[in-house]
Structure formats: C-alpha cells, structure tokens
Design a protein. Structure first.
Length: 175
C-alpha cells in the first residue's frame, strides 16, 4: 500500500531540525546556531529537483546557512522561521494546483503533526516522537540527519522509475 501511494507523489516537503539534521544545535560564541547536514540527503534532494519534483522546506528554524544550503541544492521553496506550517502548506497546494495525495511530508515532532495529518503520505525518521510515528504511513529505519530523507526520496524515485542518474556529478550534493 505504501509503495503504491508513492506513485502519485509530485511534491516532497521536509522539516529541518530532527529530519534533515540529527536535532542537535551548536550555539557558537557569536550567537549563531549551527547544524550539520548529511551529504547523501543532499544528493537525493538535488536529484529530485532535477527530476521535476517540487521540493519544499518548511521549518521553524531559521538562519542564512540553512537558506544557502537548500538554495545550493536547487530548492526554490524554502520557508524558515515558520510558526504555522499548515498555512504555508495550503499556500503551496494552491500555488502548484496540487491535491493532498501528491504530497509526501517528513516530520519528527509535535509542530509537524497537524500538517502531517493532511498530506497523502506522512513519513518520519526512526527517532521521531511517538505521536508522529502513530500517524505515519512510513517510518524510515534511519534517524534524522542520518539519511532518513534520502531513504524516502529514493523510494519515491525508484517507484516512479526516476532514481538512477546516468551522469552524476560529484559536486551535486556538496553545494
């Protein structure tokens, strides 16, 4: 059933903290909050963009480094510092004339819950909170920041026969 649902996916939406990162934040002396991202997640994101999927980031976190990271991967819909994720989601549905069934969302914690109840395919990393796991169509065996994002992107692209890149560039995931 889960793999069948992936055939309709045109849009991939991700939270950042706890999904694209392991949830740890390093507070620097300058006041910046630093995060680490997995290069394999980056490769999958840029490939999904190249394949024509709408890839969106919706996060309560914010920072210039995060914006730059996702712009470098080709993501055009980056929403940082968001307090109402459902409002951003509804705007995206309207902008791209999509149905809920076309959307996969990966979240990990309570701020993601209301949005995850709306999408066609709700997914989470292995270390998501119990309330999120309870409503997911798929729980990745990988934890946040440790290729959970690549796992779901790869599944979507493989089901739709769009995964393999004949001419990959080593620079694609490191932008």
């Amino acid at each position: 059933m889960f793999l069948e649902q992936l055939k309709q996916i045109t849009t991939l939406i991700f939270d950042i903290d706890g999904v694209l990162t392991n949830g740890d934040i390093i507070a620097s002396d300058s006041g910046e909050f630093l995060r680490t991202f997995n290069i394999k997640d980056g490769y999958a994101i840029q490939l999904a963009v190249k394949r024509g999927y709408h890839v969106c980031i919706i996060s309560g976190g914010k920072g210039a480094a995060m914006q730059k990271r996702f712009e470098g991967l080709g993501v055009n819909n980056i929403f940082l510092g968001v307090s109402d994720k459902v409002a951003v989601y509804n705007s995206l549905l309207s902008q791209y004339n999509m149905t809920h069934y076309e959307v996969l969302y990966m979240g990990d914690d309570i701020p993601d819950l209301n949005l995850m109840k709306l999408v066609g395919v709700a997914t989470c990393p292995a270390d998501a909170v119990p309330e999120i796991k309870a409503i997911c169509h798929y729980i990745s065996p990988y934890t946040g920041g440790k290729t959970a994002v690549r796992d779901v992107i790869e599944k979507v692209l493989r089901v739709q026969e769009k995964w393999f890149d004949e001419n990959p560039s080593a620079a694609d995931s490191g932008k």
